[in-house]
Design a protein around this ligand. Structure first.
Ligand SMILES: *Cc1c(COP(=O)(O)O)cnc(C)c1O
Length: 461
């Protein structure tokens, strides 16, 4: 399997090179040249597999430059860190299925991808005798999952910038309580945008980037999408163990990474009926699917902050397929976006979009109400991101189908909002209790690029 760019500017590369490249060097995103087809017979033969065994079956079809035994070991180690024996268990409440993706170390679905990516990085760097210094800005979820993905790993250091006092308390503790020598937390007296601007500027200094082997872990890495494809197969198999009805997935969406993994599963032949793209007030993708309106608005802060995004970076991967794998059409679309703040599609293209996707935007009032209603009816707690997807599924998907809602975070990770909705304190799970009283390490500084740069240079191995 070789990988190409959505902008058409690179020669096909191997899986390992695609992992190390992250963003394609021509500014596009990397994709496999084709999607391996899975037959109905193969699917049936996967019913008895454990999650890591299934992960190996799916992932190995995209990887031909890592020996099978090594890939198995990377996968097994990645999912051994999950607290539930099924890794991503599927439960049923109130007529919908909940796919619990939050049993990893940081209680959000990003662990599914970043545990695997951390192990992959370590493996490839050791083989190539290279080092990597990961720099990233976070508003909370990605940073903590990335830190836990690479803590203690050989050849890697990680520097994560977060806005001081502006993440949730649990998110901050999940980051700063990791005191491994290769982990560096920097809290800036500023906003998330200040953090992101500084990271962008550091990456823009190509000489500095080369000299210090800087890399990133943002959601554009193909290996992250690939790891997420697995749980669509897993959920489909668990639903159809029991019943034979059309299966739909509802996905709370920000950067389009999670739902793109569902699209990949569908392309491989997994019989998914519809992918329901659920958004909060930041609803550009809903406007696109329902009204062909892909025009930029301003980012609105909501109770589901990990979905507060306007430009979804992984959407470019989908556009490449929508535009019949024509990189020139992709480039044109981004010229239009830059010049006019929008992307236009033909009626034929929109018909294709609506074959695979439907969408709904759920506002904050309805999200908080859904947390209350769902708890009253079932005794089950939804985090605000999951609640967006559940509300969307109940409103939009046929009740006679299997409605699988991706639970992207544990309610305790956003307990402030859940408590505000319910009016009582939610139980604190063990992984959160353990955080209290742990020693922490974090460098607090002003949002000054010279200071950040100085800190990096002093701490890079
Ligand atoms: C990152 C995140 C999302 C959005 O996922 P994308 O892949 O960016 O679409 C949704 N919910 C939670 C809790 C997240 O951390």
């Amino acid at each position: 399997m070789r990988y190409i760019s959505t902008r058409g500017g690179i020669n096909p590369i191997t899986f390992k090179d695609a992992v190390m490249m992250g963003l394609a060097s021509d500014g596009g995103l990397l994709l496999p040249q084709s999607y391996p087809a899975i037959t109905g017979e193969q699917l049936e033969s996967w019913r008895g597999l454990t999650y890591p065994e299934l992960a190996f079956e799916v992932i190995s079809r995209y990887v031909d430059d890592i020996p099978a035994a090594d890939l198995k070991s990377l996968i097994n180690r990645s999912y051994a860190t999950f607290k539930h024996p099924d890794v991503t268990p599927l439960v049923k409440h109130n007529g919908v299925y909940i796919l619990e993706l939050f049993h990893g170390v940081t209680l959000a679905f990003k662990d599914v991808a970043l545990q695997f990516l951390g192990n992959l990085f370590e493996y490839i760097l050791a083989e190539r005798n290279q080092v990597l210094n990961i720099i990233g800005a976070t508003s909370g979820d990605t940073g903590s999952a990335a830190i836990h993905g690479v803590r203690g790993k050989k050849g890697i250091s990680i520097f994560i910038l977060h806005p001081h006092g502006k993440t949730s308390a649990v998110q901050a503790m999940q980051m700063t309580s990791v005191t491994d020598a290769n982990v560096h937390n920097i809290a800036l007296r500023g906003t998330f945008d200040d953090c992101q601007d500084i990271v962008k500027e550091l990456f823009g200094d190509l000489e500095f980037k080369e000299k210090y082997s800087l890399g990133s872990v943002n959601s554009i890495n193909w290996a992250r999408v690939l790891a997420q494809v697995v749980y669509y197969f897993y959920a489909w198999l668990r639903v159809t163990d029991e019943i034979d009805v059309p299966v739909n997935f509802s996905v709370p969406t920000g950067n389009f990474g999670d739902i793109f993994a569902g699209y990949v599963a569908k392309r491989m032949g997994l019989p998914i009926d519809k992918l329901l793209l659920a958004t909060n007030e930041n609803n550009i993708l809903t406007r696109f699917i329902n009204a062909s309106d892909y025009s930029l608005g301003a980012v609105v802060s909501t109770v589901s902050p990990s979905m507060d995004i306007q430009i979804a970076s992984n959407f470019e991967r989908y556009l490449f397929h929508l535009f019949a794998e024509n990189p020139d059409r992709v480039k044109e679309a981004f010229v239009e976006l830059k010049g006019h703040g929008r992307i236009s599609c033909s009626a034929e293209e929109m018909a294709l979009v609506r074959k695979d996707f439907c969408s709904v935007s759920v506002n904050q009032t309805d999200t908080l109400q859904e947390i209350r209603d769902f708890y009253a009816q079932t005794g089950y707690l939804l985090d605000p991101h999951t609640a967006v997807g559940v509300k969307a599924a109940l409103d939009q998907l046929p009740p006679e189908s299997a409605r699988v809602c991706l639970a992207t975070a544990h309610p305790a990770k956003f307990s402030e909002t859940v408590e505000q909705s319910l009016g009582f304190q939610v139980p604190v799970p063990e992984p959160v209790q353990e955080l209290y009283g742990k020693p922490t390490r974090c460098e607090i500084m002003d949002p000054d690029i010279a200071k950040v740069r100085e800190f990096l240079v002093a701490h890079i191995g």
